[in-house]
Design a protein around this ligand. Structure first.
Ligand code: PDD
Length: 305
């Protein structure tokens, strides 16, 4: 596989990252996962906006990563994955410097890494049709979950706890409120109103969440961005998670208890259908990338090896 590393395209296995990299030592590092549907990179500008938001808050040396969008497309093309479902993974770190907690002086260049992997949507499609089991766990994460940092130990532990309990996702509860999943946002339907935690420092502003709330508004489905309390969760007619890899996946059982009749409900199904037709519509609008001449690639001359 060809990957991108600090301005160069290279074989993924040949990439060498220093043990002094701050991403390795401190998780002083951000990431993004962008979905590519055949012919369509889905909302890359929104992902880059979120990455830039994190980079500005962390005072990384680079705070505008918009140049990575054509590079992502180029990487898909170089790996001959244009007709596949793909996940684009981007990670940027504060760079490499001898271990010391404060920001290094002089400021190192950010380490910038991107790879593409084939994504088999079949398993996720099945989960979308049947619904998944989820559990709740205490939210032991830090208080800047709006930044997509690679410090994911709490998410890893909760995700594993879900698997060990026969579930697919764990929903974090903070102060009695269901915040979000380990790698997804969380929504509940009360009285035909899609209800989800408001944006704050305690959740990630999901790109799928934003898309889904937009679809709700287009479809005249009521939306409430307000806390979903654990004490009222039994009153919800539907629960679902949203995310780049999960899209809109209904939760059929929470902590072993059926949600509604346990099957995907009408709101989730309507949103899934609207989401799929939006993707198809966008795929038609963007049949393929702007053509590049043979031998040309998206790197600026200064970045070429
Ligand atoms: N995770 N909340 C958390 C904690 C997440 O990690 C994610 C995505 C989301 C959904 O965001 P989006 O709709 O932009 O994908 C919400 C990615 C997919 C991951 O960690 O692999």
């Amino acid at each position: 596989m060809i990957a991108y590393f600090n301005g160069r395209f290279m074989e993924k296995d040949e990439i060498r990252i220093s043990p002094d990299d701050r991403g390795f030592l401190f998780s002083d590092s951000l990431y993004e996962v962008i979905r590519y549907y055949p012919g369509l990179l889905f909302r890359p500008e929104a992902h880059i906006r979120r990455l830039n938001h994190g980079a500005a808050h962390l005072s990384l040396s680079c705070t505008d990563f918009s140049h990575l969008i054509p590079i992502a497309r180029d990487l898909i093309r170089q790996n001959h994955l244009e007709d596949q479902d793909v996940l684009v993974y981007i990670q940027v770190t504060r760079g490499t410097a001898p271990r010391n907690h404060p920001f290094p002086d002089p400021t190192p260049d950010s380490t910038v890494y991107m790879n593409v992997t084939c994504f088999d949507p079949a398993a996720k499609d099945r989960q979308r049709k049947t619904g998944i089991h989820a559990i709740t766990v205490p939210d032991i994460r830090w208080a800047r979950c709006d930044m997509k940092t690679t410090g994911l130990t709490a998410n890893v532990l909760a995700s594993q706890q879900a698997i060990e309990n026969g579930a697919r996702e764990a929903i974090f509860i903070r102060d009695g409120v269901l915040m979000e999943g380990t790698h997804s946002n969380f929504m509940a339907v009360f009285d035909n109103t899609v209800t989800t935690a408001p944006l704050s420092n305690y959740i990630l502003g999901g790109i799928t969440r934003e898309t889904v709330l937009g679809l709700c508004r287009d479809m005249d489905i009521r939306v409430a961005e307000r806390p979903v309390y654990e004490s009222r969760i039994h009153l919800a007619s539907e629960l679902m998670i949203t995310g780049t890899t999960t899209e809109i996946t209904p939760i059929g059982k929470l902590n072993g208890r059926a949600v509604g009749n346990g099957a995907p409900g009408p709101v989730a199904k309507a949103l899934q259908a609207a989401f799929s037709s939006k993707i198809q519509q966008l795929q038609k609008q963007h049949p393929w990338f702007s053509p590049m001449k043979k031998g040309e690639n998206s790197l600026k001359n200064s970045e070429k090896p």
